[in-house]
Design a binder for this molecule. Structure first.
Ligand SMILES: NC(=O)C1=CN([C@@H]2O[C@H](COP(=O)(O)OP(=O)(O)OC[C@H]3O[C@@H](n4cnc5c(N)ncnc54)[C@H](OP(=O)(O)O)[C@@H]3O)[C@@H](O)[C@H]2O)C=CC1
Ligand SMILES: CC(C)(CO)C(=O)C(=O)O
Length: 334
């Protein structure tokens, strides 16, 4: 595929960081645009989009086309979504309007994505859809799972002020086709992102990557929201880190029942988590910002897929009940 136009839909912490890097790349001849909203969009229009790398003294600042109305943009060669899982269905029509023949959509997501079972040959559930991830199958119908390139991010990032993004580390993004093919499109997209200075890997097993990452997010994100603790604080507390270990074991059991292959053990994942640093998880960032929490893909789906596979998930079920109530209260503004 030839990539001459790229739209980042949802230029928040990760999407914004990718947009800024792509736009700042001297040799990049693709047109870069972003879909953003609210005060963040106003700041990007007025002052440009700024990204501060973990170890940089001065932020990168770029000017680019920014809008909250995707219908003002032409069809794109590549769309990259940086939306939370629950923000995708309401954006389905906006994303669909950016598509033309051959457009691929990289979806940066934590947790189980709406397209998970598309071309899944390792479980008995190929093409199964989940109403809780994609109500009424709108993403499936309007966008189509065949356009998706999955993306698992090991990059910590936060919008610290409107228009300003802070990176926590120099993390990696892992890209993969749902079919597992190492396709020419996958290689072309990886090359453009690598050329922009991002750390990109490609995999024939994106579901394995999703599950390995989910071991952490199913535990740390809701526990951090419930306790307001940083990653380091959770790992330093014996009772909390033991709870993390229990959730990780549940996630692993559910994933394995669905034929997923894990790249690491629970012990290795726990050890990896010790090195992430004093990071506020994305769910804690949303709680503090009074925003809806990304619960279903990270926690709800562990429970739902556990039921589908007859794997008990008692700790995740308890955490799901607690964090769902927390989300309700937070949305009411209490
Ligand atoms: N941040 C991190 O450290 C990490 C995040 N992830 C995952 O990556 C994904 C993206 O997360 P993250 O970058 O943190 O997300 P953010 O919340 O920072 O960014 C999402 C952005 O999209 C905007 N948005 C939502 N809906 C629309 C819309 N319809 N039109 C225009 N803009 C819209 C949001 O605006 P508003 O704020 O107004 O809602 C926000 O600015 C998630 O699945 C997350 O779990 C993975 C690894 C690390
Ligand atoms: C905590 C972190 C950075 C890594 O597990 C993450 O994925 C998130 O904040 O959602």
């Amino acid at each position: 595929m030839s990539i001459k136009s790229i739209c980042i839909y949802g230029a928040g912490a990760l999407g914004g960081a990718i947009a800024a890097k792509l736009a700042s790349q001297a040799g990049n001849d693709a047109t870069i645009s972003v879909v953003a909203r609210g005060a963040h969009l106003d700041a990007i229009r007025d002052n440009g989009l700024s990204v501060r790398e973990a170890d940089a003294e001065r932020p990168l600042n770029v000017r680019l086309t920014a809008t909250d109305d995707p219908s003002t943009l032409p069809p794109q060669d590549l769309v990259i979504t940086g939306l939370k899982g629950h923000q995708l269905p309401p954006a389905a029509e906006g994303i669909a309007g950016l598509l033309k023949e051959g457009t691929r959509v990289v979806m940066i997501l934590n947790g189980i994505p709406w397209w998970y079972f598309h071309r899944d040959t390792h479980s008995r559930h190929a093409e199964l859809q989940f109403d809780e991830l994609d109500p009424g199958g709108r993403l499936w119908r309007l966008m189509g799972p065949e356009r998706v390139i999955g993306c698992v991010a090991y990059q910590g990032a936060e919008v610290i002020n409107p228009g300003e993004i802070q990176l926590a580390n120099n993390g990696r993004f892992v890209l993969g086709e749902p079919s597992g093919e190492m396709s020419p499109d996958l290689e072309a997209i990886a090359a453009v992102l690598t050329g922009a200075g991002l750390s990109i890997a490609t995999t024939p097993d994106i579901r394995g990557e999703i599950w390995s990452k989910l071991m952490g997010n199913a535990a740390f994100n809701p526990i951090s929201a419930l306790t307001k603790a940083l990653m380091t604080d959770i790992m330093a507390d014996p009772a909390l880190s033991a709870t993390v270990g229990k959730v990780m074991n549940e996630v692993r059991a559910v994933g394995e029942a669905l034929g997923a292959r894990f790249g690491m053990t629970v012990e290795q994942r726990l050890e990896q988590s010790r090195h992430i640093g004093a990071v506020r998880t994305s769910m804690l960032q949303d709680l503090i910002g009074g925003k809806a929490l990304e619960i279903t893909p990270l926690v709800g789906m562990v429970v739902a897929l556990g039921r589908l596979s007859a794997v008990p998930t008692p700790v995740s079920e308890t955490i799901l009940a607690l964090v769902t109530q927390l989300d309700r209260e937070n949305q009411r503004g209490s």
